[in-house]
Ligand binder design. Structure first.
Ligand SMILES: Nc1ncnc2c1ncn2[C@@H]1O[C@H](COP(=O)(O)OP(=O)(O)OP(=O)(O)O)[C@@H](O)[C@H]1O
Length: 314
């Protein structure tokens, strides 16, 4: 078996590069056949996996990076017209937030993580993970997400976090996850209420004029460990969705945030929680969104969101 490693060297503020050096030493010692590619910019891994033919059964792909890198890899293979069947992706976590890794308690040790993947690839023991398929109904453009997608305050927070000097500074101190909290506080001030319509697979509708955010998730964790959708499960074949109204006043907002951090906020009148196989989502005003923490410019939403399964190895 030959391993093709695609590493995002800047993930986790360089953690991925450090982990790669440790793993490379092991691969050389154990005479593994491998190839290494370091991404050079955002979108590089997606492009590479989107253009090349990786269907040789004697080759396996392993990604090293954070949630954003995994997001790129999934979008690459799923948009690759040369790959008719699903090729399993190995994943070694090396980001700062690491929400996917958190859910599965993935090892921090790259050699241990690789040994597990090597065994799983040999015996074809892949986990079929739910992947969100988001179709923009105006443009027919498709984007996939592995952990979550959000519109409104969480997306505004992601925009501020990814944009900020603070993230770079906190990443250097290995406290990258705090950047999301700081950005979230900033976005609490900026985010205005907006109109949202969600229709589930049974054509049941939820409408609100006072929307604060919508999060659609397969993974309970968001933004480096906030358990935003405690019931989300990436193997249940269902999307978990929360539609949250803007609280009337700041004290109610603080109360709601406290409940969110305690993981018991579904019962509040501002919160609607649903689980469905697919959904339609519309907004009437332009809003920031994010997919797996990757910020998207503001737009009005007319979207269809479905699920597919993809084999991932970790
Ligand atoms: N060589 C590169 N230079 C700059 N950015 C890159 C490069 N390669 C990939 N990227 C981008 O780096 C961003 C961050 O990667 P990633 O999300 O994996 O790490 P992270 O932010 O540290 O981890 P997490 O998402 O788990 O918090 C992604 O948007 C990715 O597209």
């Amino acid at each position: 078996m030959k391993y093709i490693f695609l590493v995002n060297p800047i993930a986790g503020s360089g953690r991925a590069k450090r982990k790669w050096r440790i793993l490379q030493q092991y691969l050389i010692e154990q005479s593994f056949d491998y190839e290494i590619y370091f991404s050079k910019a955002t979108g590089d891994i997606q492009k590479r996996l989107g253009n090349q033919d990786y269907t040789d059964p004697q080759q396996s792909i392993i990604i090293m990076g954070g949630d954003g890198t995994l997001h790129e890899a999934i979008n690459g293979v799923l948009h690759n017209v040369k790959i008719a069947q699903q090729i399993p992706i190995g994943y070694i976590s090396a980001g700062s937030g690491n929400d996917f890794a958190r859910l599965y308690s993935l090892s921090n040790d790259p050699v241990l993580a690789f040994k597990r993947i090597d065994q799983a690839m040999k015996y074809r023991q892949f986990k079929m993970i739910d992947i969100g398929k988001y179709t923009n109904q105006q443009t027919s453009m498709i984007t996939y997400f592995i952990n979550n997608m959000g519109i409104g305050i969480d997306a505004t927070a992601v925009h501020f976090a990814n944009d900020s000097q603070t993230k770079r500074w906190l990443n250097k101190l290995h406290m990258g996850q705090w950047s999301y909290l700081i950005a979230a506080l900033k976005s609490l001030v900026k985010q205005e209420a907006f109109e949202i319509m969600v229709e589930d697979a049974n054509r049941q509708q939820i409408r609100t004029q006072k929307g604060y955010f919508v999060t659609i998730a397969n993974n309970p964790y968001f933004g480096g460990g906030i358990k935003i959708l405690p019931d989300a499960d990436p193997t249940d074949g269902l999307l978990d969705i929360i539609i949250v109204d803007k609280p009337q006043h700041i004290f109610r907002l603080i109360w709601l945030l406290g409940a969110l951090f305690r993981g018991n906020y579904y019962q509040y009148s501002e919160v609607n929680h649903i689980q469905t196989k697919q959904m339609i989502l519309k907004t009437t005003r332009s809003e920031y969104s994010h997919l797996d923490g990757e910020s998207v410019s503001p737009q009005i939403f007319d979207a269809k969101i479905q699920l597919i399964k993809y084999p991932i190895c970790f």
